[in-house]
Design a protein around this ligand. Sequence first.
Ligand SMILES: NC(=O)c1ccc[n+]([C@@H]2O[C@H](COP(=O)([O-])OP(=O)(O)OC[C@H]3O[C@@H](n4cnc5c(N)ncnc54)[C@H](O)[C@@H]3O)[C@@H](O)[C@H]2O)c1
Length: 332
Amino acid sequence: MKKKILVTGGAGYIGSHTVVELFLSGYQPIIVDNMCNTSERNIIGINNLLKTTIPFHNIDCTDLDQMNIFFENHKDIHAVIHFAAYKSVGESIENPEKYYKNNIGSTEVLLKCLEKQKLKNLIFSSSCTVYGMPDKLPVNEGSPFKRAESPYGETKQKCEVLIKDNACNSVSLRYFNPIGSHDSGLIGDCSSDNASNLVPIVAEVAFGIRERLIVNGNDYDTHDGTCIRDYIHVQDLALAHVRALDYLLAKEGKYIFNVGTGNGLSVLDIVNTFEQVNNLKVNYVIGPRREGDIEKIYSDGSLIKNILGWEAMRSTKDALISAWKWQNSKML
Ligand SMILES: NC(=O)c1ccc[n+]([C@@H]2O[C@H](COP(=O)([O-])OP(=O)(O)OC[C@H]3O[C@@H](n4cnc5c(N)ncnc54)[C@H](O)[C@@H]3O)[C@@H](O)[C@H]2O)c1
């Protein structure tokens, strides 16, 4: 019998890729998503890709009654992977309440349901934003939480604490910067705010939907003056969830892992590589620094490699080729 795994936010960007990898690894994913920041395109894409119909329930995870009903009707779930949340740092600064309510609210509801159902296994989508402005690089899982640079970051810190204090077995995965799309071009980032991230903006500029990319600051203490991040291919990230789930189901406990490549790349490295691998030009200008931007952050990935045997397999080039493919296929 395939183990059933509830994937909240499973119609979203990272969730849809994880649903695919779960199914291919022998699990039976079940999606709960209220579609507030994605499109049916991903559901259709998942089903076409897997040549099956993945169960899907349109439920708001902050709705305790609806979630209780869902769990009462699905007594055979083995674990939950909780992606459902809002993710725009900028929007969270403009509207913090919206983020507290959805991101923390959905996690609280889920923890209540797990307790009620005596269901113990939870994997949580955390983020490197929990590290704030780090003192030391690369950051490892023992690096302290610093003041979050946004309400979004605060919600990730708060949820990690809620999960740590709860009785469930859990893995919090601290993602660095997910980029790219599935090789098939059938699923990707359908969010309405996707173009607040660098790679979708670069793809939109190359496509001609946007006039130019504004690079926020070129006077940082980095090799070309632009900010440095650790970009990870979303298919590698999805596989990290499967490895984490395998591990959690075999070995109870509470775990936290960074999920990155360990390789720091600047904004201009990404622009140049995107141009090179896709044979395109990307129009950009240098603008002022953006408030709250961290100069550089990249991960120490040794813990996840040693414990879960996971490390990133795909290159930045692969990711940027797939990002361009997604940009083209989503416009069809
Ligand atoms: N994309 C990134 O750069 C990034 C980085 C670090 C962490 N994360 C985290 O990973 C998770 C997934 O991110 P993503 O990039 O796939 O975002 P996404 O917006 O594409 O996916 C989130 C999904 O959750 C759904 N959702 C949101 N609130 C819901 C609710 N109350 N009830 C039911 N469904 C709800 C949305 O409709 C969407 O399909 C989020 O928790 C996000 O904070 C993302």
